[in-house]
Ligand binder design. Structure first.
Ligand SMILES: Nc1ncnc2c1ncn2[C@@H]1O[C@H](COP(=O)(O)OP(=O)(O)OP(=O)(O)O)[C@@H](O)[C@H]1O
Ligand SMILES: [Mg+2]
Length: 501
């Protein structure tokens, strides 16, 4: 085999029951190169990487590392020792373990000749050194569950880096990172490139692809449809290659009739969120924009009873309310789709149909009887509406691609026909085509008189789709813009603060 390449995959094919996930796919990456792998939800990106890591097995196709064949029988552990590391889309670290244990999982320093015990001193020192090298201020012995999602992700990346890595796969690494953390990640990637590591970078964010990749490989329906040097392509081309058609209008904004105030917050305080007041009207899409950690999520989660509200008043249709928990809020018509959908939104072992219909169970069950026909109808309808890629509604949700799982969470809440639908980062991890579908659904809901609140860290999306944007910074509401006054510069100015433009 050709030694120009650090990694070569040839003719990889993978069949799942009912789905040909990969169809004769080739992939090549050189030492010190970043190859971006892009494609719609369900295109086969994660499956290809799982075959590389050994998490999935296929007999069809060959993998070469530095010209040496790696047999399909090599276990994930053996592959890791050979230098293949993967950071999965779904975090795999364990909440009850310490940062240090997560960093050195499977390689914990031991002491003692006869009875081996963990050498905590060495473990602490090695962890501290690694964390310091990458400017991460965490205490090695703090529990993972005390870290934010972003921090956990950094730990996971470091775990891979701490091994003698030759090929590093990152499956949507930035989906929950703040801008500074993304910058840190890029720095880390540059350092790894200098050391000759080959990097496979999966992302739905094309600006990242242009920022970090040397080449880009586009996948569609289990096939590789194009490979380009990054200097030779533009965004529109990549989008067209991914979805197989042109997307004329990324933000299909339609004006709906805006009515009276439905939900209102006054002087709320919850964790870092302080003195938060805003309202949302019938038929309106209200954007809550701000950087990660600006208090948007805390304000909303305090409002719907997920976090403890320290101060303030919430009014629903003019009546003061106090939601004991998100279920109570949902029952009264305020539905919340959290950002951490993996953890909260889905039961992965259950079927797609069960996940979608669970919020409707009261209506679907008449006396002792479940109306399966009605369930099937509703489920089919939403699978169609959101273009969810699944061989059937009755497969385990777990077997769907990451983005398709997210669409299910959204479908699930849309089915409750709420008065107010609050979406936290609704398009994170979702491909461009599906994003447009979700925007359209939000528009449709508005036309039906529902009020929509969208928390988003993506400014183009907020500007494209919202009627009004409330801007958060450092726990406070710092500004409010009407659609006619939206400009990227002004909104960012408020969100970032005048001092660091
Ligand atoms: N364990 C499995 N069992 C059955 N089908 C699967 C399994 N894993 C993946 N699939 C199917 O294979 C196809 C490719 O999925 P994959 O997860 O590779 O997509 P992806 O490109 O990573 O998408 P996303 O951008 O949404 O993460 C999908 O149709 C998915 O439903
Ligand atoms: Mg994936």
């Amino acid at each position: 085999m050709d030694n120009e390449y650090r990694l070569q995959m040839k003719g990889i094919t993978k069949q799942f029951p009912g789905v040909l996930a990969l169809d004769d796919v080739d992939l090549e990456v050189r030492p010190g190169e970043v190859l971006a792998v892009i494609g719609e939800n369900g295109a086969g990106k994660s499956t290809l990487m799982k075959i590389l890591s050994g998490a999935l097995v296929t007999e069809q196709g060959e993998v070469f590392l530095d010209g040496e064949l790696i047999g399909p029988d090599k276990t994930p552990r053996e592959r890791m020792e050979l230098g293949i590391a993967i950071i999965y889309q779904e975090l795999t670290n364990l909440d009850e373990m310490t940062v240090a244990e997560n960093l050195f999982m499977g390689d914990i320093p031991l002491k003692g000749r006869v009875i081996k015990t963990v050498d905590y001193k060495a473990l602490w020192a090695r962890s501290k050194e690694l964390l310091t090298r990458f400017n991460l201020p965490y205490d090695p012995f703090s529990l993972m569950k005390t870290l934010t999602v972003a921090e956990k992700q950094m730990v996971e990346i470091l775990r891979a880096v701490s091994r003698n890595v030759k090929v590093l796969v990152m499956d949507e690494p930035t989906s929950s990172l703040s801008e500074t953390e993304v910058a840190e990640l890029y720095e880390l990637i540059h350092e790894l490139k200098d050391r000759g590591v080959a990097i496979l970078y999966i992302s739905h964010k094309l600006d990242e692809v242009f920022a970090i990749a040397d080449r880009v490989q586009v996948m569609r329906d289990g096939k590789c449809v194009a490979v380009h040097n990054i200097g030779e392509v533009v965004t529109e081309q990549l989008v067209e290659l991914m979805v197989g058609r042109e997307i004329e209008d990324m933000y299909p904004k339609e004006e709906a009739e805006i009515g009276g105030v439905v939900l209102e917050a006054e002087h709320l305080a919850c964790q870092i969120a302080r003195d938060i007041s805003f309202n949302v009207r019938r038929g309106e899409i209200l954007g809550l924009f701000g950087l990660l950690g600006s208090g948007r999520t805390e304000a909303i989660e305090g409002m719907i009873g997920k976090l403890e509200l320290e101060e303030g008043t919430v009014r629903l249709e003019g009546q003061e309310v106090s939601f004991a928990n998100p279920i109570k809020a949902k029952d009264m018509g305020v539905a919340y789709v959290s950002a951490d959908r993996k953890k909260e939104g889905l039961v992965l072992m259950q079927t797609v149909a069960a996940n979608i219909s669970v919020t409707m169970i009261d209506e679907l069950v008449k006396g002792p009887v479940m109306d399966f026909k009605r369930e099937a109808g509703l489920v089919e309808e939403w699978i169609g509406n959101l273009n969810i890629k699944t061989p059937s509604p009755y497969v385990a949700t777990e077997s769907l691609s990451g983005g398709n799982q997210q669409k299910i969470v959204i479908a699930k809440w849309l089915l409750t026909s709420p008065k107010v639908l609050i979406l936290n980062e609704p398009t994170r991890g979702i491909d461009v085509g599906a994003k447009v579908e979700i925007y359209k659904i939000m528009e449709d809901l508005c036309k039906r008189g529902i009020a929509v609140v969208m928390i988003s860290s993506e400014l183009p999306e907020s500007i494209g789709i919202c009627d009004r944007i409330v801007v958060f910074k450092d726990g406070y509401v710092k500004g409010e813009f009407l659609r006619k006054d939206f400009t990227q510069k002004d909104i960012l100015h408020v969100a970032v603060g005048a001092d660091k433009q």
